[in-house]
Design a protein around this ligand. Structure first.
Ligand code: NAP
Length: 295
């Protein structure tokens, strides 16, 4: 007899097929290794959705069920939204599958530690998966983060920012060996990360998650009214959302791309970016030039 999980997977595959045009031969959401470990993340992640931040429980539950039920792992979340994600994923039965990327930004270690413990208890996990902060001096005290990791409060430490002006600070931190993950912005419209910080992450064996694949929605204004080129089918791309996701995922340093949406149809569309073939380097240049010509 089918288990609830296998049923959900089948239902999901069917709903993905119904909602999105046929992709290539493979419909399996790709997983990528966290460098230096035996752990894998889904190549497409869920960003900190407005449904989480605004406490829209029904929508949050629906999008988490679609995402986690189709093999997704990483969910990026902060503040009270993190508690909502943790409790919802747990109630859906995904305690082990969900990989929570959370943020602790306060300068007061005791308050942040209490927040982290509360999130861990809500998620039903022995340790949190990934705790992030920003690279600016003093926020946080990285020694505190290192202690939390040594004590098992978190398994991984990350630094996250969304603009080129933070890259130097992030690279300085990367050289100290403190962080296991970085999170930076990348899309065909914002490509600065490709020059130095992504190659450095690759050389140092640091996992990379990507934010702003749709430039917080501006990307869709840029491509609005434009036809997807016929050559996009060569890398199993059927929509403009998948075009940017596949651009990001075809960079060799990238572990996973965070896609933010509060719309279940968009979750299905974005998951399609994590299956099938990816563009080669020559095609990436073509993709970048095309999108930048619209801007
Ligand atoms: N740590 C940091 O400094 C930092 C900064 C920025 C972002 N982030 C993380 O990165 C995540 C993503 O970055 P972002 O916030 O810039 O958002 P994004 O993913 O670049 O864009 C989100 C926007 O795109 C729309 N969208 C998503 N999928 C779509 C689709 N298939 N078709 C049409 N529209 C679609 C969403 O609207 P709908 O809701 O209507 O789908 C929303 O308006 C965030 O959620 C957060 O987790 C972190």
């Amino acid at each position: 007899m089918a288990t609830r999980r296998s049923f959900l997977k089948l239902a999901l595959a069917a709903s993905l097929g119904a909602a999105a045009p046929v992709l290539g031969e493979s419909r399996r959401l790709e997983r990528r290794r966290i460098p230096g470990t035996d752990e894998f993340l889904s190549s497409v992640s869920l960003g900190n959705s407005n449904a989480f931040r605004s406490g829209d429980f029904d929508t949050a539950r629906e999008i988490l069920d679609i995402y986690l039920g189709s093999g997704g792992r990483y969910v990026d979340c902060g503040g009270d939204g993190a508690l909502l994600v943790a409790s919802t994923a747990r109630s859906l039965g995904y305690v082990d599958e969900v990989f929570l990327g959370s943020y602790f930004l306060g300068a007061e270690p005791d308050a942040s530690e209490e927040q982290a413990r509360q999130l861990r208890a809500t998620a039903g996990k022995t340790s949190l998966d990934l705790m992030h902060s920003y690279p600016e001096d003093g926020v946080p005290n990285w020694n505190t983060f290192r202690r939390w990791k040594d004590e098992g409060l978190t398994r991984y430490i990350g630094v996250a920012r969304h603009n080129v002006r933070f890259y130097e600070m992030m690279m300085k931190l990367m050289r100290t060996g403190t962080v296991d993950f970085i999170q930076v912005n990348l899309s065909p419209l914002e490509t600065d990360a490709e020059t130095r910080i992504l190659p450095m992450a690759r050389d140092l064996g640091i996992a990379v998650t990507i934010n702003r694949p749709f430039v917080n929605g501006q990307y869709f204004s840029v491509v609005k009214g434009q036809s997807l080129p016929a050559w996009a089918t060569e890398f199993d791309c059927m929509t403009w959302a998948q075009f940017s996701i596949k651009y990001v995922l075809s960079h060799p340093a990238v572990t996973s791309v965070l896609t933010e949406t509060a719309n279940p149809k968009h979750v299905r569309d974005n998951l399609g970016g994590g299956v099938g073939r990816l563009p080669d380097e020559k095609t990436r240049v073509r993709m970048r030039e095309l999108i930048q010509s619209f801007a």
